[in-house]
Design a protein around this ligand. Structure first.
Ligand code: NZQ
Ligand code: ZN
Length: 386
């Protein structure tokens, strides 16, 4: 295990009625002007918006609404939110949604306190924001774990890049499983796969010998697989869903990353695919993972073999480490089919004429991965995903 410092700034309120029981206490600590931020309208249909509004009204807040944050939030939307926040002298941002709303607000919170353009500042000047509008998150769609970190994945349409910007941590996150019951099942599946992917991407980083972070990680992966199966069997199974929400948060709350340099090559590739196609994040990962892992196989045999046995219950009797490693990739591919995720870009309706070479050339090559990919090899991976 590498040397590490660990502390975590996000307070989590988990469980049914968490907003009703805890939000007013948090609101009493912040100023009067609140930016209530949400996506394309699901929270108005399922009653979450009204419930939160009544808590905000009872707390005597002046509410400005920032709505229409789209999946794969754009940099233009960030600027719209920052302008609103500045004009309305916002003291506190309440982000209500999935990863897209939660990410967008992290950068709104920083941009609203800056005179310069945050994209230029972070990517060109390599400087990072230090002042933020305080924020709280109410999670309505689980998977990304975005409520637990300060990275925000933003699509810059002009530059054709989908990249992580660094913003603020939320001071608290409300995770009420009931709030996620109206998620479309497709989003439950892609969100759960995203969480599984975060675990695998962390596991494949270094160091790669057995360590506590990876052993907890294996438990998280088993938990996600078991509880997604239970949720597919009974979408009303609140216990299974509660486990999924916390497992997704665990994958991104730093614990699995303690003492590790993470991999995240599948994510970097999927993000650029998103920049060019605006595709669903979890679906893109599902197509990319098995293909990328076949390319990684020679360099990742011990880790893949461990996952086969410890996560996917492969019987190791009479099998070589190489055979077990291949069995892991097959088990993962079978699971993707079993849960109904796409297995090709065609299955995601990605246009045939997509410029995969440009996507590969603009993908960040990660350092933590056991295999150092080149842009040429990533282009091959993308071609094989078609
Ligand atoms: O927009 P609304 O109408 O709210 O509908 C949303 C959206 O269509 C819907 N939804 C959310 N809660 C619902 C609901 N529908 C009914 N009932 C509810 N309770 O779900 C749809 C998807 O929401 P979205 O937030 O886009 O999904 P997700 O949580 O998967 O977030 C995806 C974004 O997060 C980024 C992805 O790249 C993508 O941009 N990621 C962020 C990460 C991070 N910050 O740590 C890590 C991830 O790897 C990921 O890259
Ligand atoms: Zn992800």
């Amino acid at each position: 295990m590498n040397t590490f410092d660990y502390s975590y700034p996000v307070k989590v309120y988990f469980g049914e009625k968490a907003a009703a029981n805890k939000l007013s206490g948090e609101l009493s600590k912040v100023g009067k002007n609140v930016l209530l931020s949400c996506g394309g309208g699901s929270v108005k249909k399922n009653g979450i918006y009204e419930e939160l509004m009544s808590i905000l009204r009872a707390a005597g807040k002046n509410v400005t609404e920032f709505t229409g944050i789209m999946s794969n939030p754009t940099y233009a939307k960030v600027q719209e939110g920052a302008k609103l926040a500045k004009e309305n002298k916002i003291d506190f941002i309440l982000a209500v949604g999935g990863g897209s709303v939660i990410d967008c607000c992290k950068i709104v919170s920083a941009q609203a306190r800056l005179d310069c353009d945050i994209w230029d500042m972070e990517f060109n000047d390599k400087k990072f924001p230090t002042e933020f509008i305080p924020m709280g998150a109410v999670v309505t769609a689980f998977g990304t774990g975005a409520e637990m970190n300060n990275g925000a994945v933003i699509t810059n349409e002009d530059k054709k890049l989908k990249s992580a910007l660094w913003g603020a941590f939320y001071s608290f996150a409300i995770l009420d499983p009931v709030y996620t019951m109206t998620m479309p099942m497709g989003q439950v599946i892609s969100g759960s796969f995203d969480a599984l992917s975060h675990c695998m991407e962390t596991y494949m980083g270094s160091p790669r010998d057995t360590n506590l972070s990876d052993e907890i990680n294996e438990a998280c992966q088993r938990n996600i697989i078991r509880n997604l199966r239970a949720t597919l069997k009974d979408p009303k199974d609140i216990k299974a869903r509660s486990e999924l929400i916390w497992a997704a948060a665990m994958a991104e709350n730093g614990i699995l990353k303690i003492g590790k340099v993470t991999d995240f090559q599948a994510h970097m590739l999927e993000h650029q695919l998103g920049a060019y196609t605006d595709c669903n994040h979890g679906q893109g990962l599902a197509v990319i993972h098995p293909v990328l892992y076949r390319h990684m196989l020679p360099e990742a045999i011990p880790q893949f073999a461990r996952l086969a046995v410890n996560v996917w219950n492969t019987d190791s009797t009479g099998k070589t480490e190489e055979q077990l490693a291949s069995a892991f990739i097959e088990a993962l591919s079978d699971f993707i089919k079993e849960i109904g995720l796409p297995t090709s870009f065609a299955g995601m309706n990605i246009p045939e004429n997509t410029d995969y070479k440009a996507i590969a050339e603009t993908t960040v090559l990660t350092g933590g991965c056991c295999k150092k990919f080149t842009a040429e090899e990533l282009a091959e991976v993308l071609e094989e995903c078609k």
